[in-house]
Design a protein around this ligand. Sequence first.
Ligand code: SF4
Length: 291
Amino acid sequence: MANIALRIPENVPGDFYVDSTCIDCDACRQIAPKTFAEDGDYSIVHHQPQSDEEIRRAMMALVACPTASIGTVEHHDAHIGIDAFPELIAENVYYCGFNAESSFGAWSYLIVRPEAAGGNLLIDSPRFATQLVKKIDAKGGVKGMFLTHKDDVADHFRFAERYACERIMHAADGAHGLGIEKVIRGGEAVNLDEDSTVVPVPGHTRGHMVLLYKNKFLFTGDHLAWSPTRNTLIAFRNACWYSWSEQIKSMEKLLDYEFEWVLPGHGRIHHDTAANMNLHLDRCIRWMKTR
Ligand code: SF4
């Protein structure tokens, strides 16, 4: 629970607030931009939610916040936020919410599909919260769990225990040590099933991978994201733990694929035509080469 005694003074007065335990992960600002904004190293409430929809989005941010840094003075039914997750993004792809602090608040996603089509696939790990697990149960559980890289594995072992699902991760990011069931090696793309392709993209970490689903949804972990300030796709130069030159090569590899959605762990989600995404990716690569 957020602590009113730690309320950041820059919050506007009123019901909702952020306290100083905020780790500046950006989740609340993406979920409820009308309420939350960036202020230095924190998020703050820049506008108190007024309408039912604004309150619902603010409560979703409260539930998703990895550090429980968002609080309210008045009582609100927590289910307003809890019941909104997993939140549909498009078609059968959902954002899980319940971001985990151990993955610095990275976003995780759920693909919901029948067993015959491969079953549900969890992409990176949310917090293992009972309320979320019940919702995932109701959607058919988890058949596979794709882990983009070693930073965002969070509660993977608890999901694996609960659902006996097959986890997929690259050897170069320590998959063996984590007891991963399906270990990917080398740099070649691997088809998981008819609709899903795993593409190794070393750079951010040595064993980073992205997942392309239906040639439309690209789950990018910390490899690639949208920047609303630069209005294009970006990579994180200051959070490249392995090799920037390798990350550029990995980015070039993605030019061969079509996708309309970028769904990252950190950074913003973006949707556009495949042609425009390709242009943004090309622009991102040219920008990377100047860094
Ligand atoms: S979701 Fe929580 S930790 Fe992340 S920026 Fe908002 S208040 Fe801070």
